[in-house]
Design a protein around this ligand. Structure first.
Ligand code: SF4
Length: 392
């Protein structure tokens, strides 16, 4: 392979990932994550507006509940959060996540409020019967810029089994088509784990058929209900990342990995293998986003986390200092300093472009600076400890 690297954005979508909306949405003037200073602002700010949801998905980060939490941010507090988000700079991307955001009766009001203030408002609803064409049209009128929908299987049987709800597949596919009809770009989110990896080729075809602008491929982090699922082993993860690179080169839609920044290491290795580029070519400042570095997550009760999969709080946005917490808290600053990472991630020559999933390191060890057990790569000459919780 030669030529430009595949289109790659790596981030988290709200608890990433389902959480996530990437850079090449096809919507108006999205900031380029490679051009923004992630020490100063997140490329993606996720607000988990509620944890309430009618589904009971196997992988749910949020351990979603049927009822809304009594201490959720109120409408007024949410509007203040959106005001504060404006301070990051023009066109801040805000992802309204859940739970199922549609559970909140003030959802349209919040979308309109953010849109009127120049925020780019996007949404990750659950695939339920409440996502009707009428609701989607109302979201379009309110200014929603993208709808991210989850598909974890390419058939009703596979997807509904994973999501724990009969009918979810049909409702999600119908919603994707309705969103396209309403002029809303669609993103498809997929969880990769042992139970879903075999679905990926058929899902790729489905993503293309639905006319999605982006496929966000989330590599399982064992938090919430996701603890009961088996991740793919590290070598299999690398195979999938290589396959996704091929798909990205062949497809009209973009590809974004979530909680797998190794995608950038794989892209660099592929370029090296396919060209005469000298060793070290292509390793520079990270182009994607990771927990706390270009990505931030506000929980349903207002705690600011580096990601939904790294539930360590930098403080409460209720105190009115969203921007200060992101820029100056010790937690967020440490996550933006790959030289402080531990184990083989800290010793790795790819740490400034990859750095590993901080969320997965945290899930396995309680230390967000530890090594990512999903990665099979061992830096040359490294003889230190291997990551705890290696999936193989
Ligand atoms: S060892 Fe860590 S920093 Fe290096 S490629 Fe793997 S995950 Fe990335």
């Amino acid at each position: 392979m030669s030529g430009p690297p595949p289109r790659v954005t790596t981030g988290d979508d709200g608890g990433s990932p389902p959480e996530s909306v990437g850079s090449d949405a096809g919507d108006a003037a999205p900031p380029d994550p490679g051009r923004i200073d992630t020490d100063r602002r997140p490329f993606v700010l996720v607000w988990e507006v509620t944890q309430a949801c009618d589904l009971a998905c196997d992988h749910c980060r949020a351990d979603a509940q049927p009822a809304r939490h009594p201490d959720e941010l109120t409408t007024a507090e949410g509007k203040q959060l959106l005001e504060d988000a404006r301070s990051f700079g023009d066109g801040q991307l805000v992802v309204l996540s859940g739970g199922d955001p549609l559970v909140r009766p003030d959802l349209l009001e919040l979308v309109e409020y953010g849109t009127e203030r120049g925020l780019r408002m996007t949404l990750t609803p659950s695939g339920t019967a409440s996502l009707t064409p009428e609701t989607i049209a109302a979201l379009a009128d309110a200014g929603i810029r993208r709808l991210a929908l989850s598909l974890d299987g390419a058939s009703a049987a596979a997807h509904d089994d994973f999501r724990g709800e009969s009918g979810s597949f049909e409702q999600t596919v119908a919603a994707a088509r309705a969103a396209r009809d309403a002029g809303i770009p669609v993103q498809i989110n997929t969880t990769v784990c042992a139970a879903t990896a075999g679905e990926l080729p058929d899902l790729r075809d489905l993503v293309a058929d639905l006319g999605a602008v982006l496929w966000s491929v989330f590599f399982l982090v064992p938090v919430g209900r996701g603890r009961v699922l088996d991740p793919v082993p590290p070598e299999r993860a690398d195979e999938i990342l290589n396959w996704l690179s091929d798909v990205g080169e062949e497809s009209r839609f973009g590809i974004k990995t979530t909680e797998a920044p190794q995608y950038r290491r794989v892209a660099i290795q592929r370029r090296r293998d396919a060209s005469d580029a000298p060793e070290g070519d292509g390793i520079g400042r990270r182009l994607g986003i990771t927990a706390g570095d270009g990505f931030a997550f506000v929980s349903h009760t207002g705690e600011l986390y580096p990601s939904g999969f790294l539930p360590e709080s930098a403080g409460s946005v209720r105190d009115g200092d969203l921007v200060g917490l992101y820029r100056n808290s010790d937690l967020f600053r440490s996550l933006r300093d790959p030289d402080g990472f531990r184990g083989k991630c800290g010793a790795c020559e790819f740490r400034h472009v990859c750095g590993g999933s901080r969320s997965r390191a945290y899930a396995h060890t309680g230390d967000p600076l530890a090594s990512d057990p999903l990665c099979p790569y061992v830096p040359e000459g490294y003889d230190g400890p291997m990551p705890a919780g290696r999936a193989d």
